[in-house]
Structure formats: C-alpha cells, structure tokens
Design a protein around this ligand. Structure first.
Ligand SMILES: C[S@@+](CC[C@H](N)C(=O)[O-])C[C@H]1O[C@@H](n2cnc3c(N)ncnc32)[C@H](O)[C@@H]1O
Length: 158
C-alpha cells in the first residue's frame, strides 16, 4: 500500500483520474490544500467516481499539517518527491510498502522549500525529451505508482 500526495492540485480531471487510480490500487490519496477546485465539483465526479473511491481521499490544510502527522500516517515511510528537477530516475528508487509519493501542482511544480528539505535520493524524475517542460500530472502519478507497486509485488488479487 502506498500514499499518493498531491500538493495543491489545480486541474479537476487530473485529480479525478488519480482518485480512481488510488481506489484501484489500494493506495491512499492525500490532497494538500488549497485546491484549485471544489472536490464536489462536477468535473471531478464526471470521471464516474463513486462513494467508495471518494472515501480513500484525505484533505490537509497545508504541507506542514501533513508532515506533522506523517509518522501516524505511515511509520518509517520514505517521502519521494517527483520532480523534473531530480537527477535520479524513478525506477532506481527502492520503494517499500507504505512509502509516500509526492507530486506538485500542474502549473508550478513543487515549491523549492519542499524540494530542498529532501535529500537527492528522495527526488525522482521520469525521463522525457529535454525540450519538454513536463509530463501530465496524472500520467506521472500512474507511472510512478505502478513502478512502486511492481517492485513490491502488487497483483491486485486479494
Ligand atoms: C505538470 S507538472 C508541473 C510542471 C512545472 N512547470 C514544473 O516544472 O515542475 C506537475 C507535476 O507532475 C510531476 N511531473 C511531471 N513531469 C515529471 C517528470 N518528468 N519527472 C518527475 N515528475 C514529473 C511533478 O510532480 C510535477 O510537479
């Protein structure tokens, strides 16, 4: 089981896709406020999300509120920040069940103070063309999460 953290997400369909992804992989989704939309907004629900999927979502007033509770959320978890500014490739991280996968907002990416608070081996990059600014947020979450699940033997079978 992994924790996905979206820092101040801005675009409803991305978060809708990620809510469904979390529900399908037994992951917990955490949203760090402020959000760029209302969680009840039709665009989020248009993804066909049901109550079960929405119940996997936790909201936090800010990053500090989340960090203050991180030991209760997942004891001895490693926080991995996904950023285009990392040197390490995402598939080289040694993911363990319970780890926290952190992603930035669509137009801004993660703030420097969060990135600077983490060692280099906890910042991960997905390879892409050097001329490109970034990948789509929900694609990045899916690729990063499924690598973590692959490493930890997720089958989907319970
Ligand atoms: C659309 S991107 C943000 C773009 C922003 N202009 C930037 O430079 O970070 C939204 C989030 O997706 C993730 N992301 C997108 N492309 C990525 C990549 N190639 N490697 C790692 N994370 C990526 C990061 O978490 C990023 O904060």
């Amino acid at each position: 089981m992994f924790h996905i953290v979206l820092y101040q997400p801005e675009i409803p369909p991305n978060t809708g896709n990620i809510i469904r992804l979390a529900a399908n992989t037994q992951s917990r989704l955490h949203l760090i406020e402020p959000l760029g939309f209302d969680l009840d907004e039709k665009k989020v629900r248009r993804a066909g999300l049901d109550y079960h999927e929405m119940s996997q979502v936790a909201k936090w007033t800010d990053w500090k509120a989340f960090v203050d509770k991180v030991d209760e959320i997942s004891a001895s978890a490693t926080i991995y920040a996904f950023t285009t500014k990392a040197a390490q490739y995402y598939c080289d991280a040694p993911f363990r069940s319970g780890d926290i996968l952190l992603f930035g907002p669509e137009t801004r990416g993660l703030p420097m103070e969060i990135l600077e608070s983490l060692p280099d081996n906890q910042k991960l990059r997905l390879p892409m063309q050097t001329s490109s600014r970034s990948l789509n947020l929900s694609n990045t979450v899916a690729i990063g999460l499924y690598e973590a699940l692959r490493q930890t033997g997720f089958t989907g079978l319970t």
